[in-house]
Design a protein around this ligand. Structure first.
Ligand code: ADP
Ligand code: GLC
Length: 516
């Protein structure tokens, strides 16, 4: 009944509201911001009327135009009225919504933590209010634009499906999807915060938001959202196992028929070596050898590395967290450098890793350059100038950096997990003979396995014809958003039609619709 009502409620165009905490280029801590920037326009190009709701961070309020009130609501959180505003993005003119509540969002630092790196103590309120506002909008708070689907991303919007589940049935006529970008971040808070969330008492249960005696925003979303997705098919399988499940694998197994993996894509407006203003000269797959030589020279000059075109230059652009497996690289670094390797690393995060890489750079200034911090322009130059990009991740839901590396002809050297396994084809005898190899992959999370793979890669780099062939193959593997957006659109259609959106169904429908 609810489903049939929804289908009839649809207008000519399908309306989808995304709830996301980041949006590139204004607020970004990792790949989530890139996805929020690229997926909605890709969906819009497929005639899915897509808007995004964001927390009212200053980075957004300062940049967006035509910010106008949609509604002011009394909330169970703020103790006062909160403003939901509509705004336009300055670059594309697309509409977005902001949950404008300065006491919660007008703070320095990244979206989740203070400048000293510690999580804000009231994050449950900050993202609880955000979820609550997303649910309010999904229930029709903007009388001019009511979505058929609320699509939440990560734990930040995880409570929204719970608020909708708690609303009277007549009002909750919206379908819900939660996309897991990273299961490691579960939005866990002490049980004592539960009364502040203004959910029915019965929701503090295993069949609800409770997670081993605490509250988990992500678990709430995984339990209450009708459909779940994650950002690669392999990660969709992995998270149903204890090794990758962060205690949520049991729940995910029970919801397996509602969980699909859809790969992220590359936004060619931002990542395309043919027109990237951060490179000394543009290049395509034909002109890659000269283009990449120029980029390598520029990168070495900028970072103060002794230039040697013949030396293998490894690039890393990454958050420095245990997820990324860069402790393996740190351990392997002396041998890598002794073998003639160079490293250009850009990243920030864990103090120990920052210190370790900074020390290594001080000891080897000609071979190792470490830039601690966030630098958009330098990230592009590293991806263009490096021969290989290293991602020895312990787990990797999708990974965008290796997709950028492929497109720029910097062959990824990765651990075979999650989206890395799905997007990088290891150079084996078979794939080299077939001409399908695009990079290098290893299984064991050890410095030795990383080194052995680097040695294997270096042997091939010394065969320029083979290397060039791989580079060209990598550069023309189009992991573009259009294909992913088609899969999301199929999923939306299945959801509104009431059918479970299994991976097989979504893929078959997307292929039939021309996703390839
Ligand atoms: P994750 O989301 O887990 O951090 P992804 O590979 O999906 O990993 O996305 C990372 C994104 O963040 C990429 O766009 C990458 O270029 C960017 N990035 C990561 N660290 C930095 C940094 N220090 N400076 C600039 N960009 C960075
Ligand atoms: C997360 C994951 C990363 C993924 C990104 C965007 O941050 O760690 O693998 O690419 O989200 O989905």
């Amino acid at each position: 009944m609810r489903i049939a009502q929804r289908a009839r409620a649809g207008t000519s165009s399908l309306r989808v509201l995304h709830a996301c905490a980041e949006l590139y280029p204004w607020v970004k801590s990792g790949g989530l911001g890139d996805v929020a920037a690229a997926l909605p326009p890709a969906l819009a190009a497929l005639d899915v009327d897509t808007r995004v709701i964001l927390p009212g961070f200053p980075g957004f309020l300062d940049a967006f135009t035509e910010i106008t009130d949609v509604v002011r609501l009394a909330t169970p959180y703020a103790g006062e009225r909160v403003r939901i505003a509509r705004a336009r993005l300055p670059d594309s003119g697309r509409y977005v919504y902001l949950v404008d509540h300065p006491p919660f969002y007008d703070r320095p630092g990244n979206p989740y933590a203070a400048p000293d790196g510690s999580d804000w103590p009231d994050n449950h309120r900050r993202f609880g209010l955000f979820s609550w506002a997303a649910a309010a909008l999904a229930r029709g708070a903007d009388r001019d634009w009511r979505p058929a689907i609320l699509h939440c991303h990560d734990w930040h919007g995880g409570l929204a499906p719970a608020y909708l589940a708690a609303a009277p049935p007549a009002e909750s006529r919206v379908a819900t999807i939660l996309t897991i970008h990273n299961l490691a971040y579960r939005g866990i808070f002490p049980a004592a915060v539960f009364p502040e969330l203004a959910l029915p008492a019965s929701f503090y249960a295993v069949a609800g938001v409770e997670f081993f005696g605490q509250v988990s925003f992500l678990k709430a979303g995984l339990f209450f959202a009708e459909q779940l997705t994650t950002v690669s098919p392999t990660y969709a399988r992995e998270i149903q196992t204890p090794e990758f499940g962060w205690g949520l694998d049991g729940l995910l197994r029970t919801r397996a028929s509602r969980l699909t993996g859809i790969l992220n894509g590359v936004d060619p407006r931002i990542w395309d070596p043919r027109h990237d203003p951060n490179l000394p000269q543009p290049y395509d797959s034909e002109t890659a050898p000269t283009g990449k030589r120029a980029a390598k020279a520029a990168l070495c000059a900028r970072l103060g590395l002794a230039e040697a075109q013949e030396a293998p230059l490894y690039g890393v652009v990454s958050r420095l967290t245990p997820q990324k497996g860069l402790d393996l690289l740190l351990a392997a670094l002396p041998e890598l450098v002794a073998g003639g390797g160079r490293l250009a690393l850009l990243g920030s995060g864990d103090a120990d890793l920052e210190q370790g890489f900074a020390d290594a750079a001080r000891a080897n200034p000609n071979s190792i350059a470490v830039t601690l911090g966030y630098d958009d322009a330098l990230s592009h130059l590293i991806i263009a100038g490096a021969d290989m990009v290293l991602m020895p991740s312990r787990f990797e839901p999708c990974g965008l950096t290796q997709l950028y590396a492929l497109r720029y002809g910097a062959l990824p050297l990765v651990r075979r997990v999650g989206g890395l396994a799905d997007t990088v084809v290891d150079a084996s005898a078979v794939t080299l003979a077939e001409g399908t190899a695009t990079g290098f992959a290893f299984d064991e999370a050890s410095p030795a396995a990383l080194l052995a793979t680097a040695t294997r890669a270096e042997r091939l780099r010394r065969e320029p014809r083979v290397w060039l062939y791989m580079m060209r193959r990598a550069m023309t593997r189009d992991f573009l958003w259009e294909a992913s957006a088609r899969r999301y659109r199929e999923l939306y259609r299945h959801l509104l039609g009431g059918a479970p959106a299994t991976a097989e169904r979504v893929n078959a429908a997307a292929i039939a619709a021309g996703a390839g």
